[in-house]
Design a protein around this ligand. Sequence first.
Ligand code: FUB
Ligand code: ZN
Length: 771
Amino acid sequence: MIPRIIVVLGVSLVSFAAAGQHSAVSWRDVKIQDGFWKPRQDALLKTTLPQQFDQLIQKKYRQNFDRVIKGQKGGYEGYVFNDSDVYKVLEAASYGLGIQRDPKIEKLVDEWIEVIAKAQMPDGYLNCYFQLMEPNRRWTNLRDQHEMYCAGHLIEAAVAHFQATNKKTFLNVAIKLADHMESRFGPGKKMGYPGHPELELAMMKLWSATGEKRYLNFTKFIVDNRGSKFFANEHGTPLDKYDGMYWSDHKPIREMDSIEGHAVRAAYLFSGVADVAHESRDKELISALDKVWKSTVNKRMFITGGLGPSGSNEGFTVDYDLPTYTAYQESCASIANALWNYRMGLLHGETKYFDVMETAIFNGALAGINSDGDKYYYVNPLASHGNHHRQDWFGCACCPPNLARMIGQMGGLAFSKSKDAVYINLPVSADLKTDVNGKGIDLKIRTNYPFDGKIKVTGQGSNPAKIFVRTPGWVDGGGSYRLLSSGLKAGESAELNFAMPVRKVISNPQVKDTFGMYAITRGPLVYCLEKTDNSFDFGRSGFPLDAQFEVETNKSIFGGIPVITGLAKEYSPLNWKSNLFSAVNLPASKKFVAIPYFLWDNRPSRSIQNEMMVWLNPNPAPAPIQGVETKAQVKVSFRNSNSQPNGVNDGYVPATSNPNSPQQLHFWPHSGGEEWVEYSFDKPVRVSSSRVYWFDDTGRGGVKIPKSWRMQVWTDGDWKDLAVKSYSLDLDKWNVVTFSPTQSTRFRLVLQQQDKWSSGIHEWQLFEDQD
Ligand code: FUB
Ligand code: ZN
């Protein structure tokens, strides 16, 4: 038996909440039963965790620790923050152990903890990158080098492990590392705070788990000092040249009124700030959080609860920039938004925050992992030409273990409590055993949510507490808590049923990319159309605003989950090569099937052209001009994790080369030298012209127009330069080349980068010979 008790000592977030606030219900108090989340937690244990532990070996995360233990120098593999992935897998595995004490998983966890403990230095310091590569430069580049971020993830994992197993092996490592940091940073000590926030919320968990006030004070210190532009000082950047937005270091948190910069960093930061505000009731912090929250949900959040439109900074640009094909919304950003809103919900005890949490979980975040639990998205567009698929892992692999730990801790995110009540914030089928004001609560909750709005709660003990259920904002007259019962005795039940009509949702007219369009939602779920279920041409079809929808179930579609059907109008193709005007034929009615967005790209029958769209146009959308590149596979000479090779043939061309939020291929951080992108085709194509639109982020990043470019064709087993008749190299326009008709299955665009600069491409098109 694993003890259910989690807070060992003294005061904590978990124990107390002021009037109007809620406190957390530990994930250990919730046993998820059948229904929506159980299969996902089963997949976590059976598939996701073994696959992720395996990746930690394959991708040399373990090798880094082994080298440190052996006292070797150099030879670090991966990104500077790779240790954090190990810790996130261990956090997810700890939740897994809490759910079911699987001996194989426990052995892996114990082995890893032993390795981590051995790698820790006698003074508590632990970071494989610095220990191997720059042992004398510890804590000298907080802005970029992620030491505090990795420490934060270690602490979170260690707390989860302690909660799950009651063993202190990992917690002791975390305490030693936290004490190391706390002894160096703080009032009268060194100035500093993390370039990538996360440590804030982790330290608050450590305070909660240990009752040690120094961790709370440390968190207050890093929260209070953020925005003092310490990173300008750390990097010798003149203040008039430093904006700090990327790191949310542009102004003190108490003065902030919008969310800026890197999306994951910002949402983790505000999660930690909400924890601090929960404890301190600091009016200025709360007021800033409220302003930032309001402007985020009113101007900067995708319909899916995702954050961050732009790939170039993995984050925010300007208000109302919420694209579809190029929506970046990193899976981690949706998770971070859910975590932030969970904490805002605890802080204010209001349902609107849990509304956002559920939107982010069921849509933006869950889309990041397939139903089998072994493939992941990093980038989550809201429309696709069919070339965006989940992957086993990434060079920068923050998302896979983040998705795993989200699924593991779902039980905890679903409930909260006050001094006399329990709140069901996210209906899950679960057995809940907790205490309210020291009195035991034992409830059985059953539901088919999010596919059905019926919730039944049955008492399994005396339950001397009120039970409230969040009435979601999407319910008519919703947006508050509904009292379900003033206390359920053993065997007594109470239930309610939220109607889940299908809705057409439009966006604020200032959102350019979805102007005039609508999305289909039902309950908390955003739906999408996927080519697999719909054989008509998406580009030639309209979805009338007055279309009637049906909710259907069909065993062959995800085992019979509710899908939404209606009629689309498919227009016949028009020939614009030889016409300036054309009569429009009456469209044909085609039945469409919409599935929940989080389930897209899941079916084995998917093909490379499995188009998807969330936002529907009442009239056919004007088709972008595209060439044969739409049929090509894309290969590149080098790919960084935030470069999107599939952006080069997605038909999307921004208004300038240096726009706010496009999806683009770039070769950063490779600079100087040659790089290439290749199109390969199943059958030979005969082309005679090509055009390229360069990406350049001068002023924001390291990507500039190249020094020169050329095209190559694969012929007779070798690459040959194409002799071009015209050539240009300019920003903000198409650069067109023509050449004699050339037939092949492979073409390359080769670019020579400027010294010390990278280069990038928004779009590269190849046109067939017209003769
Ligand atoms: O910097 C660490 C992680 O990598 C971030 O959280 C992600 O957005 C990715 O940039
Ligand atoms: Zn991520």
